[in-house]
Ligand binder design. Structure first.
Ligand SMILES: NC(=O)c1ccc[n+]([C@@H]2O[C@H](COP(=O)([O-])OP(=O)(O)OC[C@H]3O[C@@H](n4cnc5c(N)ncnc54)[C@H](OP(=O)(O)O)[C@@H]3O)[C@@H](O)[C@H]2O)c1
Length: 189
């Protein structure tokens, strides 16, 4: 069955964005990018793919992306309505009506929607964020690929933004990079 994989960049203290949704403080590390682009080129947004030599790269891991409206909105504000045109795109929102024919706006229960997607044939499903959606989808997350950057910010949007509820994962691999970042893969126990 297809897996739901939460691939995300975080601070040491588990934040994926600042208190106002800012994320430009997260460093862009060439060594991490090279590793991720080789394994999951489809996670590079469509508008940047040509610039990093991935214009025609096949999807290696994912063919579907799910995200919350808070994650979609920064692209939308830039006039980008289909940020991952090479993937099937689902945006969860109860307020957005339509955006782009390539993007499906979903208002149903995220767990039900993901369970149905998992039953379909295909590659894995990328949970792109953000913390609010990830918290609801926590029961369905099979794997996490966490890019952890060596900085602490003290406040912001948590990787899982919701009520206290400990869930155990196992570490499948840890890779450290010269830049100081680490990529840690967790799987459900
Ligand atoms: N560091 C990283 O790698 C990374 C990756 C992704 C995102 N981010 C950042 O994370 C932030 C966004 O995270 P977030 O937690 O604020 O927002 P989010 O989880 O992306 O989106 C929350 C929105 O999703 C919709 N939603 C949530 N649950 C729903 C449900 N059950 N049914 C229908 N719609 C539902 C709602 O939209 P409506 O209000 O429209 O109903 C809600 O306001 C942004 O700043 C983004 O830049 C960082």
């Amino acid at each position: 069955m297809r897996k739901l994989v939460y691939y995300i960049g975080t601070t040491i203290d588990g934040f994926i964005a600042g208190p106002n949704g800012e994320f430009d403080f997260l460093p862009i590390e060439p060594d991490v990018l090279a590793a991720i682009n080789a394994e999951m080129p489809e996670t590079v947004p469509t508008q940047f793919r040509a610039a990093v030599g991935l214009a025609d790269a096949p999807n290696l891991r994912f063919d579907t992306v799910v995200m919350g409206r808070g994650t979609y909105e920064p692209a939308l504000k830039e006039g980008i309505t289909s940020p991952y045109a090479h993937l099937r795109q689902y945006v969860f929102s109860r307020t957005l009506t339509s955006s782009d024919p390539e993007v499906e706006i979903v208002s149903g229960d995220p767990v039900d929607v993901v369970r149905k997607l998992k039953q379909e044939d295909g590659q894995d499903i990328w949970l792109c964020g953000g913390g609010h959606l990830a918290r609801q989808l926590l029961p369905e997350i099979d794997e996490m690929v966490v890019k952890r950057y060596p900085l602490a910010i003290g406040a912001g949007i948590s990787m899982f933004d919701g009520p206290f509820n400990p869930v155990q994962f196992a570490v499948a691999s840890t890779r450290t990079f010269e830049s100081g970042a680490a990529v840690i893969t967790y799987i459900r126990t």
